[in-house]
Design a protein. Structure first.
Length: 416
């Protein structure tokens, strides 16, 4: 018995891996082509470009002046003046700015990771309904074939005098219903395929390969709420934003300190022609030192307070996201358990109904009675087969939601 269970488990795992590989390919296509994800990645790249902007020194200043009326000095007339100066912020200011920009860029990257994981969930949520539709169409086609055979048998019995015309009409009514449902299902394919293909940013008519079978995907053991809160990109992004805000507060404090300036003036001096002196016409070189005095403190205090308020804001946002993630996790985990129980129920009901239908049909073949009960049982069986397909799809979508909430790693992440 144990050997049988082991073999069955391996078969289910192989089927699950085959299906998962197909969906993994679509994950990768979406990650490479989805415009919204590309926009998120470009935002991260743009944030990286802020780092060299904020931790660079201000541009040096160069000025030139020409004396229209030369200033006469003992060594000669001053004719032109060149000035070059460079301001330096207080020690550590540029480092604090660079840290803040770097942390902001890292938070953008975490937002990109979250957007990518959300995209994977959206792809799964669009893929599984296509499988459900495929299953429902096949179930309905099979139902039509069975009803047509029932109608043929009912017609023969009526012709032989062992049945009634009412049985034939009842089969006709069921067939009309089944053909209408099949027509509606077939028309439903186009909008579902369009939605899926647009997530991958490709033509709405592109062929979509759907797995032929679907098995219950087991939940990884690592899916715990604590791990989810620690590893979720939204939480990481808010932590990084809080650290960036702390760096901004430090930068704001240093911004309120004096700034130092170094420079040099070079004055071009002409020679005197009326007298011959030592160093006649010598140019003047004058080193300069300047300091800015941050007298108006209001703006610096406001910058510090702004950073503090932003830290409080990120702290509250983090708590709100944690609460939301936990609530969603509990809800979706309950849904998974519910769908598993329903799948087991529908499997058992389907098995029982098949046995009952076989007995009823045999009795009808012998007596020509209870044809309405045969049709009703067939529709009951049809209902539970559809419910099972729907429950299986709901289960897989819920598992995909858990994967998003717990930031599950995917095999092709190294390619991103």
């Amino acid at each position: 018995m144990k050997r049988y269970i082991t073999i069955l488990t391996l078969i289910l795992m192989i089927g699950s891996l085959s299906h998962a590989q197909s969906l993994e390919n679509y994950y990768q296509l979406a990650a490479e082509n989805n415009p919204q994800l590309q926009a998120s990645y470009n935002e991260y790249q743009a944030a990286l470009q802020r780092i060299p902007q904020v931790n660079a020194l201000p541009d040096p200043e160069f000025s030139f002046g020409y004396f229209i009326s030369p200033v006469e000095t003992r060594l000669g007339p001053q004719q032109a003046k060149f000035s070059l100066s460079q301001m330096f912020p207080w020690f550590g200011t540029l480092e604090a700015r660079g840290d803040a920009a770097s942390l902001q860029a890292e938070s953008k990257f975490q937002s990109f990771i979250n957007q990518r994981n959300r995209l994977y969930f959206q792809v799964a949520s669009a893929y599984y309904p296509l499988y459900e539709l495929q299953e429902l169409i096949e179930i309905e086609k099979e139902n039509i074939r069975i009803l047509e055979s029932y109608k043929t048998i009912a017609t023969r019995k009526f012709e032989n005098g062992s049945g009634t015309m009412v049985d034939v009409l009842r089969a006709d009514i069921r067939l009309e219903d089944a053909n209408t449902r099949l027509s509606i299902l077939q028309k439903q394919r186009k909008p579902l395929e369009t939605s899926f293909n647009k997530l991958l940013n490709r033509s709405k008519t592109e062929e979509i390969k759907i797995t032929d079978s679907l098995t219950i995907t087991p939940l990884p053991e690592a899916n715990h709420k604590d791990t989810m809160i620690t590893n979720h990109p939204q939480i990481k992004a808010l932590d990084l934003k809080m650290q960036a805000s702390e760096a901004n507060e430090l930068a704001a404090r240093k911004q309120g300190m004096p700034k130092l300036g170094l420079g040099v003036d070079y004055v071009v001096t002409g020679k005197r022609t009326d007298i011959n002196l030592p160093d006649n016409g010598r140019d003047v070189v004058m080193p300069m030192l300047s300091i800015s005095i941050p007298v108006f403190r209001g703006k610096y205090k406001a910058s510090v307070e702004e950073a503090r308020f932003m830290q409080e804001s990120f702290n509250h946002r983090k708590k709100a996201v944690e609460n939301q993630l936990i609530a969603e996790y509990e809800s979706v985990f309950f849904k998974i358990q519910k769908q598993r129980e329903l799948i087991n129920l529908y499997q058992q009901q389907t098995k029982t109904l098949k046995q009952s239908l076989k007995l009823l049909f045999t009795a009808y073949g012998n007596s020509g009675e209870n044809f309405e009960e045969v049709l009703r049982m067939q529709q009951e069986l049809l209902k539970y087969r559809k419910l099972k397909a729907q429950a299986l799809v709901d289960h897989e979508i819920s598992v995909a939601k858990v994967n998003y909430l717990t930031s599950k790693s995917y095999s092709h992440e190294s390619n991103q």
